[in-house]
Design a protein. Structure first.
Lengths: 190, 219
């Protein structure tokens, strides 16, 4: 199964995705975060919240493109979800494949280890001593995952627990399944 | 009390001062090679990010002019960095290929030369294609125009009627302005949508140079 998923991700990336050099992407995100840091007066909690929100807005729309290009149907387990997020989702949008690891025994929580991160290339956190403790530079990714998974009825908590930008060994993103949402009829369409 | 000797004592050899804190060696980004392996991503990701950036600033701005100014500012900070990066890379490449000719690491000081640098070096490094045209205004000596028939960032953006006149490429205009300003070509750059048949998103980046600068040029 895992192999098929990887194949699918590679195929979608090769044949269905229009590509562009990541440099402008990196620079653009950098200037957004820099602006937020200025706007919020280096209140990094606020910056984290704002990038998360931006990500969420992206996630709820990005899922459409994802489903259209992959033609995937419902995952049979959360384990499959993890595989698909990493090998298809990350692959087709950012051309990276994070490693999945650190499953909890109840199989509701896993980690994605980002060995590469196009958002954070050539990035240095502000050296005010505070940013390395409080700022999650790539928090937008958490928002994207949260938004996209919610659209497929998976209510998840997503957050970073370490980041190489802070001097940590790895960049690790934790995803916890809170509940599987029930299909609901959209308001006003009863 | 024993006398504490200062300096290096050859009889004792090297020793620690006792209060040394261990500093974890951290490789900084400055140690890394600027010539990184090319990494491609999906155009959608870039567009999604750009759209979020526009909408975030739209919510904060009181008018469209303010929005364009904000986008321009965001681009500006990128422009200054891109210039440095592109120049370093460009000179490096030239030095590799030009077998030691001395004219390679030059700095552009003529208006036309720097504009040419922007359209043929900066543009491809950011957008994977050169700009489509570079024109001089027939009305004013100070005005030049860079033209892109299909700006990458505009690909998935359609401007609604109530925002008529808004061009999100103000961001790219900001990049151009940042580059020109840091090379001491004082100017203002604005982006305008000027559609032609077949190229609905065609954008003209109007560069208004300072008059003094044009005077300098003709000296």
């Amino acid at each position: 199964m895992s192999k098929q998923i990887k194949q699918l991700g590679d195929d979608v990336w090769k044949t269905k995705v229009e590509k562009v050099n990541s440099e402008l992407f990196t620079l653009t995100y950098g200037s957004i975060v820099a602006q937020l840091c200025r706007d919020f007066n280096n209140n990094y909690e606020e910056v984290n919240a704002q990038t998360y929100k931006m990500g969420y807005n992206i996630g709820v729309r990005l899922i459409d493109e994802f489903l259209q290009k992959t033609q995937l149907s419902r995952c049979s387990s959360f384990r499959d979800t993890a595989e698909i997020v990493s090998k298809v989702g990350f692959k087709m949008f950012l051309n990276i494949v994070p490693n999945i690891t650190n499953w909890t025994s109840d199989m509701t929580t896993f980690s994605l280890i980002l060995t590469e991160n196009p958002l954070a290339d050539f990035v240095e956190l502000p050296d005010d001593g505070k940013a390395v403790k409080e700022l999650w530079y790539s928090n937008i990714l958490c928002g994207v995952l949260r938004g996209a998974l919610e659209m497929v009825q998976l209510d998840c908590e997503v957050g970073f627990i370490s980041d190489v930008l802070r001097g940590d060994e790895t960049t690790e993103l934790r995803v916890r399944l809170v509940q599987v949402l029930k299909d609901e009829i959209p308001a006003g369409e009863e | 009390m024993s006398k504490i000797a200062s300096g290096y004592d050859p009889a004792v050899g090297p020793r620690t001062t006792g209060t040394t804190t261990v500093i974890r060696p951290r490789s900084s980004i400055y140690d890394r090679n600027l010539h990184r392996a090319r990494h491609d991503i999906s155009v959608s990701s870039l567009s999604f990010l750009f759209m979020e950036m526009v909408s975030m600033n739209l919510n904060q701005a009181k008018s469209l002019i303010e929005l364009e100014r904000k986008l321009n500012n965001l681009g500006y900070s990128i422009g200054t960095k891109v210039l440095e990066l592109a120049s370093l890379r460009e000179n490096f490449n030239n030095n590799l290929t030009s077998s030691g000719k001395s004219n390679v690491s030059k700095r552009e000081i003529k208006v036309l030369d720097i504009l040419h640098f922007i359209t043929s070096v900066i543009w491809p490094s950011l957008f994977e294609k050169p700009a489509d045209n570079l024109e001089k205004s027939s009305e004013s000596n100070c005005q030049y125009m860079i033209i892109d028939n299909a700006p990458v960032l505009m690909k998935y953006i359609s401007v609604p009627k109530e925002y008529e006149g808004l061009n999100c490429e103000a961001f790219v205009a900001g990049i151009v302005e940042g580059i020109l300003d840091s090379t001491f070509f004082k100017c203002e750059v604005s982006a305008h949508t000027v559609p032609v048949e077949g190229h609905l998103g065609r954008t003209v980046y109007l560069i208004n140079f300072d008059e003094e600068l044009i005077a300098r040029e003709t000296q």
